[in-house]
Structure formats: C-alpha cells, structure tokens
Design a protein around this ligand. Structure first.
Ligand code: CMX
Ligand code: CO
Length: 146
C-alpha cells in the first residue's frame, strides 16, 4: 500500500540559494542534507509535515554533482522545476513487484539507497503519464536502547 506523499523532488542549479528561498519565503528549514554519489545529487530534505502512517512528507531539493547525472541532463533540457514525485510505502519490494506486473517499467531490479538510509526505486515517466515516480521505504526508526 502507498500511504503518503513521501516527497516532491525539485531540481535546481544552486542548492544553497534554493534552500534560502524556501527558508525566507515559507519558513521551511533543512531537516537533512547529504550527497548521493550513485544518484549524482547533492540534496536537502525540508520536512513539511508528519503523516498518520508514522512517516513524513518532505520537499527534496536536488542539485546535480556531475554533468552526466540524470538531474543535470533534465536541468539542461527543462530548467529548474518539479522533477519527480515520491510515494511512501512500508514495503517497496512488494509494491515494485505489483506495479511491474501491471506493465509499468520499474527502473531498478532491486531498490537502491535513497535519502536518510531509505530504499528507493523509480517508475518510468513514459509509463506514468509523464510523471517520474519514486517509491520509498524509510529506514526503520531506531528504537531507544533499554
Ligand atoms: N519527468 C518526466 N519525464 C521525464 C523526466 C522526468 N523527470 N526525465 C525524463 N523524462 C522524459 C523525457 O522528457 C524524454 O521524453 P521525450 O522522449 O518525449 O523527449 C524521456 O523521458 C527520456 O528522457 P531522457 O532525457 O532521454 O532521459 P533518460 O531516458 O536518460 O532518463 C530516466 C530518464 C527516467 C530513465 C532517468 O531520469 C532516471 O533513471 N531517473 C531515476 C533516477 C533519478 O531521477 N535520480 C535523481 C533523483 C534521486 C532521488 O530522488 O533521490
Ligand atoms: Co526523490
């Protein structure tokens, strides 16, 4: 089951300036930032709200780290803007298998590492009415030690 909007991915040329726009305009603060070399992005996650499945919804601001990355290619073609949407699920493996059976191309054989230790995969935008769609299972919340 897909239970929340996990994030909206927004491609930008300058992460620091874009973070500052979201802070100054809306008051959103950076919850987490990291570089994901496999995906070729430097990213900032701005937490917007918690969700009733125990997760949260974020904006994911993305700046490419290399010219041959998917986000760099997309920015060169389209300029800045909304790059993808991501749905949250407790079981990205099961969701991927179900959706693949429906004839939608799931881009990865096995989910890969996403923000904050999550596991992610993508659905091809050409099979999703033009929307690059990501599926996310968050890393388990560490339980306090007893
Ligand atoms: N949204 C909608 N359509 C898109 C798109 C996007 N983000 N990216 C590409 N497309 C469309 C293109 O417009 C193009 O359509 P036309 O043929 O009609 O022009 C078609 O898809 C092929 O595009 P392309 O520029 O040739 O790009 P590629 O096929 O090389 O790559 C894709 C497209 C989806 C396979 C690639 O972007 C991908 O693997 N994405 C998943 C990984 C990713 O996006 N990582 C960055 C985010 C990381 C994170 O969220 O953590
Ligand atoms: Co994403």
């Amino acid at each position: 089951m897909l239970t929340r909007i996990d994030h909206i991915g927004i491609a930008c040329f300058d992460l620091d300036r874009t973070v500052e726009f979201y802070r100054a305009t809306y008051g959103f603060e950076v919850f987490h930032s990291e570089v994901n070399e496999e995906q070729g992005v430097r990213e900032a996650m701005l937490k917007i709200n918690s969700t009733d499945d125990g997760g949260a919804s974020y904006l994911q601001l993305l700046e490419p780290t290399r010219e041959d990355s998917t986000v760099a290619k997309w920015l060169a073609k389209n300029g800045e803007g909304v790059h993808h949407i991501a749905f949250g699920t407790a079981d990205v493996d099961a969701e991927s298998a179900d959706i693949r059976e429906k004839g939608v191309r799931v881009l990865y054989e096995e989910p890969r590492r996403g923000s904050m230790g999550s596991r992610i995969t993508f659905l091809h935008p050409k099979d999703c009415h033009g929307v690059l769609t990501e599926l996310v299972t968050s890393a388990p919340v560490e339980s306090p030690e007893h």
